[in-house]
Design a binder for this molecule. Sequence first.
Ligand SMILES: Cc1cc2nc3c(=O)[nH]c(=O)nc-3n(C[C@H](O)[C@H](O)[C@H](O)COP(=O)(O)O)c2cc1C
Length: 228
Amino acid sequence: MAPSAEQNRTQDPAGESRRTSIAPNAFYVPSPVVLLSTESEDGVVDVSAMSAVGVVCLDPPILAVGIKPRRHTYKNIRRTGAFVVNLPLQDGLEAADYTGTRSWRKEPEKLEKAGLVVDRLPESGLPYLPSCPISMACTLVGNLGRHELGLDVPPSHQVVLGRMTECSVDDAWLGEDEVRLEDMPILVYLNRVYASRGTNLGVQRFTDDPLKREAKMREYRSLGGREQ
Ligand SMILES: Cc1cc2nc3c(=O)[nH]c(=O)nc-3n(C[C@H](O)[C@H](O)[C@H](O)COP(=O)(O)O)c2cc1C
């Protein structure tokens, strides 16, 4: 029988706080909600919400997405070797949730029902969502499963790695020489609860010298795209 929360409770040495050991759950790491747009070999587009997503390399830019192998999205990625990560805003919550609760297999008209319009990126021709302020096309460069991860059990999700090859941003979110990501009211996913992102609290403190800090911020945020 699993120990009760009471049995797992410990008091810190100073006696100021109590902590409880609980089962590991990857969803305790907050993440954004993104919409993955993919297509079949015949060019039929699917869009699905994903939150098991993160940055794993800056140069070259590589993203990781954890995707259940039974998802139609996953099948599309396996077959075409490509996917697009679109960043929805708060006003797109309902559509995002809709795509994340219906599989294309059961509901092939899920995009229309979600009210989503698809367009094609200029370079790759991959499907993206103009309603999202930024869309990032990725080429599949890795797919990690039980064998690659050295697991003793089949993982619930495959770790799909995509190298970003094309990026398109709505001009409304462009600053002088940067993407105004910090101003976007993106959707945050907190253990299956949707949240808004809150206010900006400050910039990265590379140095105490305000001029140097400003120069570094300009360099790192420049649309030229450099490693950090
Ligand atoms: C907010 C949200 C986040 C999700 N994140 C993931 C995820 O990271 N990985 C995954 O495999 N499924 C995730 N899902 C579930 C898929 O989006 C859902 O199963 C969808 O119906 C798959 O559709 P498809 O079979 O057409 O690809 C998420 C759903 C929601 C609502």
